[in-house]
Design a protein around this ligand. Structure first.
Ligand code: COA
Length: 534
């Protein structure tokens, strides 16, 4: 019997308390997501509408197939910065004429859709996803180009946007640009570098320099239309492949372009009829992670609510039991799962992980990492037992693994454990966090405690007295700072994940990601790992 049993007491006080804590966090998160949806706010939205234009998300909604899901990515980008939440760009994966595409749309209600440093990071992340998964890119363009006050942060690295578009094209990944309004200067290279372009009568303005700049540069008198209007580009310059009469017509034409791409997935979709849902209710995922992450929880309770039929063939269940590893299917796709069970990673867990990752590579099976780790074990016994070389083995395996990786931060994700479990720097194809997640170099209390010990020793070395009262104040301040910097909205704002998701949506989100991933061939590494220290 490989169907997971559940020991969850869903009516018990613990479950209800965990659920209440999670719902509170989800409520707070909704308020942050609402900021992204509000874009530039009422005034600019009303002005945009009065001009007869659709909002960024409305354009996307018309572009994707009716009733199909749109997996929005990085919605909290720029959270905690001086720029509006969402970074004036919407990105995500949607299905157009049956083809999964990476869609980006400037939000012209936010500072004219101009790109700030977070817009750039978000756009580059979207390109990365398109490239790794071979997803056609559709850019819905309407932007004032570089956010001029922050130009020094975006001008030089921003060149990568044009480079990415042509590299996607060179790799046979189609790129389509639909220009709804301004696409000036650097923005002009989005249609310029794309395989297919659509422009709209009296709306698209695509030029390297607008009339004022031309006047300054050469003294020439000109106007928007003759410099970069859709009619000019369709009839004269040839930059527009398709001439649309309005926004709806442009979207219709973009859908026809995608329908004719002949873009085929490397792997056929699993037959949905054969996909068995989990045996337990996803609603129960709200009550598994304790409010206090120091309390351990069994990740098999999570796995049982994510995978097909709650069916999980555990690998080495009796060995390295602080990490659960095993095989399952998720929406019909095979996955190997690594899930932290007791928080700490010891030598046995690290070796087990390294072996498991190699097996997944031999079998071409994508890996799912479910994080709840405080890191690798410290202490004399463990150092002498070789925890560094065993942790290095796991990090070697995850770094050189070639199968697609998915990471979900459920709880703690601290220290090098975050790396071994395929944290952001290890290029998981997608990484999502639950509202309960926390990630930092170590826990806030530990970090504040380490700082205090170091300060005390430093004072002693100088023969100075140590102020215990000031120490308590410093510890509390550092703890609060690290706590706030470890929270999911903060990390999502920095683009360290692809979004903070409701635990109940995890199976759906991972299913959409696995489907997108299988557009590209799934091929594991056969060898090619670094030297494993034994
Ligand atoms: N950088 C920083 N802020 C910008 C910006 C840019 N590139 N483009 C627009 N904004 C700001 C405006 O200052 C304005 O701010 P405010 O409302 O606080 O005064 C807000 O965004 C809206 O701009 P507005 O001009 O009122 O909107 P619009 O829809 O009528 O026109 C543009 C939008 C993009 C056509 C117009 O703003 C424009 O031409 N911008 C400059 C384009 C450019 O030359 N960019 C350089 C590219 S490298």
């Amino acid at each position: 019997m490989t169907v997971l049993a559940s020991a969850l007491d869903t009516g018990g006080p613990e479950h209800l308390a965990h659920r209440a804590a999670m719902l509170e966090k989800l409520g707070a998160l909704d308020a942050e997501h609402a900021k992204a949806l509000a874009g530039g706010g009422e005034k600019y939205t009303a002005r945009h509408r009065a001009r007869g234009k659709l909002l960024a998300r409305e354009r996307i909604e018309l572009l994707v197939d009716p009733d199909s899901p749109f997996l929005e990515l990085s919605p909290l980008a720029a959270w905690g910065s001086s720029y509006p939440v969402g970074a004036s760009l919407v990105t995500g994966i949607g299905v157009v004429e049956g083809v999964e595409c990476l869609i980006t749309a400037n939000d012209p209600t936010v500072r004219g859709g101009a790109s700030n440093p977070w817009t750039l990071k978000k756009a580059l992340r979207a390109n990365e996803i398109a490239y790794a998964n071979r997803l056609p890119v559709i850019s819905l363009v309407e932007s004032g180009g570089a956010d001029l006050p922050s130009q020094k942060e975006i001008f030089i690295p921003g060149g990568a946007l044009f480079r990415d578009l042509t590299r996607l094209s060179a790799a046979g990944i189609p790129t389509v640009a639909v220009v709804f309004g301004n696409s000036t200067a650097g923005g002009a290279y989005v249609p310029g570098m794309s395989d297919h372009t659509v422009m709209i009568e009296d709306r698209s303005k695509v030029f390297l320099g607008g009339p004022p700049l031309v006047k300054m540069a050469t003294g020439e008198e000109s106007d928007d239309e003759s410099l970069g209007g859709a009619a000019m580009h369709a009839r004269v310059s040839g930059l527009a492949d398709h001439y649309a009469v309005d926004e709806a017509d442009a979207i219709r034409q973009a859908r026809r372009i995608v329908a004719r791409l002949n873009h085929r997935k490397a792997h056929p979709d699993p037959d949905p009829v054969t996909v068995e849902p989990p045996k337990y209710d996803a609603e129960e995922l709200l009550g598994i992670v304790p409010g206090d992450l120091k309390t351990p929880f069994d990740p098999r309770e999570v796995i049982a609510r994510l995978v097909d039929g709650s069916d999980f063939d555990e690998f080495k269940p009796l060995y390295g039991s602080s990490l659960a590893t095993g095989w399952a299917r998720l929406h019909g796709y095979p996955v190997g799962i690594l899930a932290n069970a007791q928080g700490v990673l010891f030598s046995a867990e690290s070796q087990k992980a390294a072996q498991f990752i190699q097996l997944a590579n031999q079998r071409d099976i994508p890996l799912l990492f479910l994080h709840n780790t405080t890191g690798y074990m410290v202490g004399r016994e463990y150092e002498q037992g070789g925890i560094i070389k065993h942790g290095a083995m796991m990090i070697n395996a995850v770094s050189n693994s070639k199968v697609p990786h998915l990471s979900v931060l459920m709880g703690a994700s601290y220290g090098a454990g975050h790396y071994g479990m395929c944290g952001r720097a290890y290029d998981p194809r997608f990484l999502f966090a639950w509202p309960s997640a926390k990630s930092a170099v170590m826990g806030p209390q530990q970090l504040a405690g380490v700082l205090s010990i170091v300060a005390r020793a430093s004072a002693a070395a100088k023969g100075q007295p140590y102020d215990d009262e000031a120490d308590a104040g410093l510890r509390a301040m550092v703890e609060a700072q690290i706590e706030s910097e470890s929270l999911p909205a903060f990390l999502s704002g920095l683009l360290y994940d692809d979004g903070v998701i409701d635990p109940r949506d995890t199976r759906t989100v991972l299913g959409l990601c696995l489907s997108a991933i299988h557009t590209a061939p799934v091929e594991g590494a056969r060898g090619g790992f670094g030297v494993f220290r034994m």
